[in-house]
Design a protein around this ligand. Sequence first.
Ligand code: G6P
Ligand code: MG
Length: 217
Amino acid sequence: NIKGFAFDLDGVIADTARFHGQAWHQTADEVGTVWTDELAENLKGISRMDSLELILNAGGYGQKYTTAQKETLATQKNDKYLELIKTLTPADILPGMKKFLDELKDQQYHLSVASASKNAPTILKQLKLTDYFDGIVDPATLHAGKPDPEIFVKAAEVMGLDPVNVAGLEDSSAGITSINSAGELSIGIGSQLNEAKIKFAVTDEVSLVAIKTQLIG
Ligand code: G6P
Ligand code: MG
C-alpha cells in the first residue's frame, strides 16, 4: 500500500543529468581519463566527491592528486554545472513529470526528494516545484550515498512513512539499489535498470495507472 513517493531529481524530474555529464566530461578530459558512455552511466546518482574518485580511478590516477587538488577539481566541475543550469526554467521539467506530480498531489500522496545533489533546492526553485514536496533530504547529512539505502530511508522519514509504504523513482542503477535496500518499491526510468521492480523507458510513460498495471501484471 503506497502512501508516498520519493523522487530522485536529476534525470527523473529535471533534465539535468546531461549537464552533470557535460561538466564531468570536461573534468575527465582535463585529468586524462577517457570519457565513455559506461563511465557516464556509472556516475549517475553518485555524489560529487565520489564521482570525482570514479573518474580519477577510471584513468588510473587515484593516487595522483592531493585532497586540496581534488577539492579544486570538484569546485571547477560544480562551477561549470552551475553555469549550465543558470537558465533552467519549468520548461526543463522532464516530459510528463509535472502531470504526474499533479496527479499525486490531487490524490494526496506524500512526496519527498532523495537527490544526492547539493544543488537540488536551487533547481526545484527554478522549476517552481519546491512546494510539491513534504521535504528534501539534505545529502550533506548522509553517512553514505547511493547505493547505500540511507537517503531513501530518510526520504521516507521526511514523509512520516514506513519504507514499505514508499515508492522511489530513479534513473540510476545506484539509486535503484538504494531503493531496494531500503525496502521500498523501486521504479526505474531508463534502459539499464534491470533491478527495478517497475520499469519505464521514459518519464512520459509514468502514471499511477501504468504503475498499478505493472504491479498487477
Ligand atoms: C545527482 C546526480 C549526480 C551528481 C550528484 C551530486 O545524484 O545524478 O550526477 O554527481 O547528484 O550533485 P551535486 O550537484 O551535489 O554535485
Ligand atoms: Mg538521477
